[in-house]
Ligand binder design. Structure first.
Ligand code: ADP
Ligand code: MG
Length: 251
């Protein structure tokens, strides 16, 4: 059996009386897209926050690449190989595409931004940024202002930012949000190739995308994972149909 790169064990988090994560177990194996789905407010972003760091769990542990990273900072987890993209874009729209990749690489490295200008002459960093842009197919846009990119291209740019750290796995929170049908389609194709390089824990609202892309799916409802399985297993699971897909009974 392949060892998971990411292993979340018994993670629990409450906000006052609300249990946003209730004894969550989920893992991510090499080469796969594991989709995490669930209604709004189910606790998906909260779980990603605990995996990526920044939101300490009340109980449970997060293991990454064979190490317990539960007490590590977000930056330390990023350095350990956790690549992350966000539900809300973290790009600087007035900067160029290339500058965003460099900025992101610096941010992940934990460096301060006031050295930004000299850093744009750092050959090693620039080479890494250019390579990341090539990997996501945005090399022709390196000099464009980020605001000139389409939503889909911005999502790809976020992945390029994450790629500068050569991540061993990706955490993505709703990367298709705000994309039209064509953008979604293109990003899906891109993610389908990316998973071979680094597996993806994918929080996604778009069910068609999830069913088309995921190797495994976990369903989160009110802070609890009610099912994990293949696409077919999740489609056929009666608890999932009632709790999430909104079906009372088989039509
Ligand atoms: P999802 O991403 O699945 O839509 P979230 O993880 O954002 O869900 O939120 C899960 C629940 O936790 C929601 O009820 C939300 O209001 C609540 N919540 C999230 N973050 C906080 C916080 N920092 N303080 C209090 N409640 C929070
Ligand atoms: Mg969310």
């Amino acid at each position: 059996m392949t060892e998971p790169i990411l292993d979340v064990r018994g993670v629990t988090k409450s906000f006052g009386a609300l249990v946003a994560s209730n004894d969550i177990n989920i893992d991510l194996k090499p080469g796969e897209i594991h989709a995490l789905i669930g209604p709004n407010g189910a606790g998906k972003s909260t779980l990603i926050g605990q995996i990526a760091g920044g939101l300490p769990p009340d109980a449970g542990s997060v293991h990454f690449d064979g190490k317990d990273v539960t007490s590590l900072s977000t930056a330390a987890r990023a350095r350990a190989g956790m690549g992350r993209t966000f539900q809300i874009s973290s790009l600087a729209m007035e900067y160029t595409v290339l500058q965003n990749v460099v900025l992101g690489a610096l941010g992940h490295r934990g460096d301060v931004f006031r050295f930004f200008r000299p850093v744009m002459k750092d050959k090693d960093l620039l080479a890494r940024a250019d390579h990341a842009l090539e990997q996501v197919g945005l090399e022709e846009f390196r000099g464009f202002r980020t605001s000139e990119l389409s939503h889909g291209q911005r999502r790809q740019l976020e992945v390029a930012v994450a790629l500068t750290l050569e991540p061993k796995a990706f955490l993505m929170d709703e990367p298709m949000a705000g994309l039209g049908a064509e953008g979604t389609h293109r990003l899906m194709g891109f993610l389908g190739g990316l998973k071979e390089q680094a597996p993806i824990l994918l929080v996604e609202h778009d069910m068609d995308a999830v069913f088309a892309l995921a190797d495994r799916i976990s369903v989160l409802v009110y802070g609890e994972i009610i099912a994990t399985g293949s696409v077919d297993e999740i489609r056929a699971n009666p608890d999932v149909r009632v709790a999430y897909l909104g079906e009372e009974e088989e039509a």
